[in-house]
Every structure is written in structure tokens, then in C-alpha cells.
Ligand binder design. Structure first.
Ligand code: PXG
Length: 290
């Protein structure tokens, strides 16, 4: 059976969930979105995702025509209507239907879509063996352009990086900032551990402030592990004891090779393993009820 999609105030079968070709989300990538996950009837950190959606919209001067409460209800209702207790949820708000010019003022009203489906998990094997990643030529957008803090519908920067990783035959790409500091991966944040200290790039360098990233920082501190949000270079990662990525879909996934340098002993490390366990516990009760 097909999915029921929330589209501008109605639930419609997926074959009928259609958006105008004049929507500026389609024509220009003018819009914002969220990727959210529900575990056993709880939408993980829904408030943080909704807040980030509204912040992204604010940054591009897009007024979402719903209150945050209403938007949260839309997310839960979409799960309910599709009988999903474990789900991957996509919320999309685009500028709406306009004319062929760029001018967002000509767009009638934002298009609001919510989709929820069962999640396709990463192969379990990868959590044991770890990923092989590279740094790619495409740099992360500069903050003075489309700020990477905005989860906008324009993901070409990340898609170019993903292609470069695929060309090199590896699973994921690390994007550097314009200055050459490590920023993040194409759809995940990045962490390292060295001598018992956990480090991750500071968000002011230009990256998405991941909900998973924030949760992992909290979990590490709860364990009494020192966490630094700082400026990190490729060298810091080459010489790390451990490295992992964080994201809604991946949760925490280990990295064992960067630009052909083996990280630590080439196997997922103990801090990663402890934090993944903590995270999997956290998602059991840190969420909004569907
Ligand atoms: N950085 C970027 C650029 C992202 O797009 C993250 C980090 C991790 O953020 P969260 O809040 O999820 O911890 C993201 C979000 C997918 C997919 O289907 C994933 C994202 C975006 C778009 C699609 O895998 N990740």
C-alpha cells in the first residue's frame, strides 16, 4: 500500500501528492527541510528539528504559515496515518508556486509537505567494519553565501562531494571549509577522539548543527568525557585514535580510513562504541509521542 502524504493541509495518497512545476522549491531550490526519525512511537528530539526548520526558514526570509505546535502535530499525524512507529520523516517547506523569475515575492504561499516511511537502515556490517572516506575537492559553501547552518533545499554542494567520493570508490566525503579546515560530511557531522578527548568542528566554521551531533556531545559529557568544539585539520583526523560520523539516518557510524590513512588500529574504537550504545538508549525515551 502506498503512503499518505501531508500536502498543504490535507493527507493525500502518494500518487496524488503533486507540486507545481512553478514551485520555487523545484525551480530554484528555494526552501528548507528536515530529516527526522521516530523510534518505537517517539519522534526523536522533535522540538530541536522543528526549531531548526523555523531557524532555516527565518534565515531565508520564508514565513512558515503554521505555528511550531501545529507543525509538530503534522509530523505526528503523518506517522499515525501511515501506521508508523519507527519512521524516517521528511518535512519540506518551499517558497511555493511563483512565476519563472527568481522573485520570491511573486510566490503565492509556501508549500508544506510531510512524508513518513519506514527507514532504510545502513548495512549493519558498516557499524562493525567502519567507513573508508576521503576529503574531496569541492569545499563547503561559505557562510557568507548560502550558510551551511541553513538546511536548505539546495544540496548541490553536498551532492557534488558525494559524487566525488563515489568516483574515488569510497562511501563518504569529508568537506573542508574554504580555509581547509574539516567541516562535515555530505549528510553527517564528524567527530574524532584522541587521548580520551572527543573533538568535533565548531559550527561557526560553517556546517549544519546536527541534532545527533548535539545529542552525542551531551552523552559524552554525561560520561565525563571532555568534548571540544574547535578548529580541526586533516592532520588532526589522520592522527586521531578514533573517528565517527553522526546523523539522523546513520546515528553514529565509525570511520576507519581517511584519505588512505588508517585511523587508530583500523577498527571502531571504544569511545565510539560506548557513545553508540548511549545513543541507542537515549532514542528510547527522548522524543515526542506519536
Ligand atoms: N550535515 C548535513 C549537511 C546534513 O544534511 C547532518 C549534518 C546531520 O544532522 P542531524 O540533525 O540529522 O544529526 C545533516 C542531516 C539522508 C539525509 O537521507 C540526511 C541529511 C540530510 C538530507 C538527507 O541521509 N542529514
Amino acid at each position: 500500500m502506498g503512503l499518505l502524504i501531508y500536502l498543504n493541509g490535507e493527507f493525500v495518497p502518494e500518487e496524488e501528492a503533486k507540486v507545481s512545476v512553478f514551485d520555487h522549491g523545484y525551480l530554484y531550490g528555494d526552501g528548507v527541510f528536515e530529516g527526522i526519525r521516530a523510534y518505537n512511537g517517539l519522534v526523536f528530539r522533535l522540538k530541536q528539528h522543528i526549531d531548526r526548520l523555523y531557524d532555516s526558514a527565518k534565515a531565508i526570509n520564508l514565513e512558515i504559515p503554521y505555528t511550531r505546535d501545529k507543525m509538530s502535530q503534522v509530523v505526528c499525524e503523518t506517522c499515525r496515518r501511515n501506521n508508523l512507529r519507527d519512521a524516517y520523516i521528511r518535512l519540506v517547506v518551499s517558497r511555493g508556486k511563483g512565476d519563472l523569475g527568481l522573485d520570491p515575492r511573486k510566490c503565492e504561499a509556501p508549500t508544506v509537505v510531510c512524508m513518513a516511511s519506514s527507514i532504510t537502515l545502513y548495512p549493519q556490517e558498516l557499524y562493525k567494519t567502519g567507513l573508508d572516506v576521503i576529503t574531496v575537492p569541492t569545499r563547503r559553501n561559505i557562510a557568507e553565501g548560502v550558510n551551511p547552518r541553513i538546511k536548505s533545499l539546495n544540496y548541490l554542494n553536498n551532492i557534488m562531494a558525494k559524487m566525488e567520493a563515489a568516483i574515488a570508490g569510497v562511501e563518504e566525503a569529508i568537506l573542508l571549509t574554504q580555509e581547509g579546515y574539516v567541516a562535515e560530511c555530505t549528510g553527517d557531522n564528524i567527530f574524532m577522539a584522541r587521548d580520551g578527548v572527543v573533538k568535533t568542528p565548531a559550527t561557526h566554521l560553517g556546517m549544519l548543527q546536527g541534532v545527533t551531533r548535539d545529542a552525542v556531545i551531551e552523552l559524552a559529557r554525561k560520561r565525563g568525557i571532555r568534548v571540544e568544539e574547535t578548529v580541526l585539520t586533516r592532520y588532526d583526523f589522520f592522527t586521531a585514535d578514533e573517528c565517527w560520523l553522526t546523523g539522523t539516518a546513520a546515528e553514529l557510524i565509525p570511520v576507519v580510513k581517511i584519505d588512505n590513512r588508517v585511523i587508530g588500529d583500523g577498527r571502531p574504537g571504544p569511545i565510539f562504541a560506548a557513545l553508540l550504545e548511549d545513543y541507542r538508549e537515549l532514542v528510547k525515551d527522548d522524543g515526542a509521542e506519536i
